[in-house]
Design a protein around this ligand. Sequence first.
Ligand SMILES: NC(=O)c1ccc[n+]([C@@H]2O[C@H](COP(=O)([O-])OP(=O)(O)OC[C@H]3O[C@@H](n4cnc5c(N)ncnc54)[C@H](OP(=O)(O)O)[C@@H]3O)[C@@H](O)[C@H]2O)c1
Length: 214
Amino acid sequence: MLGARRVNRLQSLADELTAGGCRALAITTDVTHYNQVKRLVDSAVQTYGRIDVMVNNAGLMPSSPLEHLKIDDWDRMIDVNIKDVLYGIAAALPYMKQQRAGHIINVSSVAGHKVRAGGAVYAATKHAVRALSEGLRQEVKAYNIRTTVISPGAVATELPNSVTEPDVAERIHKFYDEIAIPAESFARAVAFAMSQPEDVDVNEILFRPTRQEL
Ligand SMILES: NC(=O)c1ccc[n+]([C@@H]2O[C@H](COP(=O)([O-])OP(=O)(O)OC[C@H]3O[C@@H](n4cnc5c(N)ncnc54)[C@H](OP(=O)(O)O)[C@@H]3O)[C@@H](O)[C@H]2O)c1
């Protein structure tokens, strides 16, 4: 079950997966609205009868120095990067508690471990994701639910396009062009966490391009 705002992109991915022999459905979802995240999860349960894994992945990184006061960017990062995780937990947890099984995977970042000047708000949202994931881990043990937080370094995606400051954007595009690793590296980390036996809970994965120093 795939959720994001650009349904055309999602639908072509669902078609590709279906052509490869999988079942896949795309549902337009804006993660800043709890009712839309709930609809996504409810649809998954209605379609498949249960929910095994919830991946809370949506995020954006319009980094800039705090003194530039890019309040709209701060609001968007807080709304998407943090609330996506909270709303995803809220939508999936009741089903997983009932099933006494499930797995919630949240996406943080190297920026959830390290703060850099010019990236304080993004780092704050990604530290929040790690804090939420650790609290969740402790609270859902009793229900046999697994939790994983994945913190990638530079992965070649559209993320640098979310930077709104021209000079920062130029620097980040250059950095990504030089060292970012393919998105499959992230997919493999997700697959690794998901594919463990039920009694193994991989709580945290931090990975970077081999060449990434920070
Ligand atoms: N790429 C990296 O180097 C890197 C490193 C560390 C962490 N991360 C984290 O990895 C996650 C995925 O980012 P990415 O690298 O794949 O960036 P991306 O290529 O820009 O993808 C972002 C995804 O989030 C979705 N999204 C954004 N706002 C949304 C909203 N309001 N509602 C629903 N979906 C929304 C986008 O789909 P729509 O626009 O269609 O909604 C898109 O699928 C993020 O949490 C990011 O912080 C990435």
